[in-house]
Design a protein around this ligand. Sequence first.
Ligand code: TRP
Ligand code: ZN
Length: 870
Amino acid sequence: MSEFTAKYLADYLPSDFTIDTVNLTVELDDHHTRVTNTLAVKKENLEQSQLILDGEHLKLVSAKLNGEQLTSDAFEQTEHQLTIFNVPDEFTLELVTEIDPANNTALEGLYKSGGAFCTQCEAEGFRRITYYLDRPDVMAIFTTKVIADKATYPYLLANGNPVERGELANGKHFVTWHDPFRKPCYLFALVAGDFDLLKDEFVTQSGRSVALEIFVDRGNKHKAVHAMDSLKRSMAWDEQVFGLEYDLDIYMIVAVDFFNMGAMENKGLNVFNSKYVLADKDSATDTDFFNIEAVIAHEYFHNWTGNRVTCRDWFQLSLKEGLTVFRDQQFSADMHSSAVTRIQNVKLLRAQQFAEDAGPMSHPIRPEKVMEMNNFYTLTVYEKGSEVIRMLHTLLGQQGFRQGMDLYFKRFDGMAVTCDDFVDAMADANGKDLSLFKRWYSQSGTPELTVTQQFDAELNKFKLTIVQHTPPSEAQPEKRHLHIPINIELIDPVTQQVTNQLLELTDVQQTWQFDASNQPIVALLGDFSAPVKTHFEQSVEELLSIIELGDNSFCIWDAGQKIMAQEVTFLLANQNAKPSESITRMMAAVMKADYDDEFKALMLTLPSFEELVSGLNKVNPQQLLDAVEQLKLFIAQQFEENLIGLYQTSEQLLQKTDGNTGDHTNDSAEGKQVAARSLANTCLSYLSMLPKYHHIIEQQFTQAKEMTSKLGALQSAVRHAPLEVGDKILSQFEQTWLEDTLVMDKWFSLQANMQVDTIFERLEQLMARDDFALTNPNRARSLIGAFAMQNARYFHDAQGKGYQFLAEQIIAMDKINPQVASRLITPLIQFKAFDEHHSELMVKALELIAAQPELSRDITEKLNAALLQH
Ligand code: TRP
Ligand code: ZN
């Protein structure tokens, strides 16, 4: 099947050539955009006589070397490369190529989104714009002249500062941009279009003024205000926490509807998926507001961790992504509840990264073998990568970590470096041996800790033993031990005193001894100090004591999750049993505890389907869903009064205060409302298990003044209410929001979540609508992705209809946009987590895809890995 070849980290060689300057002239046209690319090239390896440039889907119009037209025997063109023979040691190359942006549905390189031209070059999209050394360690100074029709494209943007603009014949105009910072071509960007522009200013700590500009579709200017505020908060935070200041005179963000990912940190000109820019109270949820702030921060933070210091090669992706995710998580924690933010990070990691690491695409945060780079923008590289940085932060402390960052920038500013370089800077700045720690970069899989305890009441000694083990994987049959920071809390149940310790596990097994007059209760992995699974037999009494006496919010929450997960496991194993006492005791403790609303909502929420799957072995998905629903119904019945009480109190708070201040930070009135809405929706989700409360779903939907409550009602409706209720309010919602793309994405997702046996007919009808198109990634994900990742009941249909539906959509999508198709395949390749019946059906669906001719490199890589496991 595989005519594609892989690349290996071990094969890295520096480039034979460097590029000093790039001068681009881009004459925009829907189907015939002309790119003139003038490169100043220097030979670094004097043995090398030929220059090999990357290029795909390009039509070569002309090629000149030092001003002389190249004859046809002087170069060779293949599907992926342009080779120029017998080049001198230093020369200028002028290449003219033509491209077809209007037919670019892969959304890599130059393409059209709505009426605008935009680019996406990371990872290897620049080679679809012009011939180039498309690798991150080739860093050049870019000057870009953009030419287009003035009436249709009044704004012409590129990286850096505008240096010249003017009018041309035939109604055209041009703007020339110069970026004074050396950069790899993946950070190149160009945008042309007609926009509304929101402008602001930021004065840096050294007193320089930076113009801030956010470009959005006409009519949406008011929806960019939150993004602008988020940007200013990010800039201030990076100065305060890391001493890092912005470096250009202008920072631009453009929001587009057609985008493969979240956003892109192009130097001085970020391009964003509009879903991470646009928000107002009517149309966006509290989660949307939170995510916009986080993504704006993430891309801004890349200016230092990614752009000023970039990756030597793509195997080092986590150098910038893990570090930047860590930075955006710290920022979000500072802006909001740090406890809630941290728990959300952990939920994502456990639900999705653990699954990835247990599946066929398991890879280290620094992969060793890559066939299609786009397949490695993963939860492992991003989220586990961030956990690895967080462990360094835990081991070195806030101050030590900052010293390491300072040294990193001092050594490597303006360079393309490796993950080893980063860890070395951390080690050198702190005089700490991190050689064993580096194994986190090369070993895949989720480590498992087995913990045992022993108390000697006569000697007043408490012993804790921890053994580590990482299960083998296909690519790494033998795993070795890691350097693992383990935060623990020892709770004395008599004095109720709590003490904190940071343990460093640096061997397969270690034992620690503590003085203790009473047998302490251990709260393990405070703040989730390492991305591991734990096996630690603790009684319900011990777990309840952690909930009642512990200091660490993560451990408190985790103890509750453990009781819930144990209950689900019990119900799964005992089909006719009733939920036990322990869940009642735990819920009672949570109900009477004095938590803030948002934390209480998390304490009340059962572990997600995916989180549960990652703790089980070859589970029957239908039985797991039954067990969860049984437990949820039981809690709703047992705690009906508490739930309705909490629901009403939250609703009252929401009616009383009008927190529409735009300030979403934790202690503000708005922050309190966010928390109250979260609690109200959590309670509603339980109450809607009981038919007598179905009327409050519609009531909440009708009375809600903002999107979070509306959506909460809709979610409860599609999951638990009778079909008529769901269909009625969904159709009202559709009437209101038909013209708003981002809200209609939510509507499609709600439809995909419907718990009805006619779901497959409904999906077909939805895909036949005029406003559904596979060419729009957000829309495709909102229906197909939401079905496969959120509607477990029907995705795991016992006849395999859900798997087959997804396979068919992937086949269609792969021809249009391989990157998006490849992301959609994730739930299918993780078949090993499920029982034989379901995993066989999943494999069948994969084989259906594999039987197609001409699959993309993206899909091929994942299919190969998955079917190898079968
Ligand atoms: N570097 C981007 C980030 O901030 C990721 C990204 C955006 C991306 N668009 C992409 C990666 C397209 C691959 C392809 O995380
Ligand atoms: Zn990033």
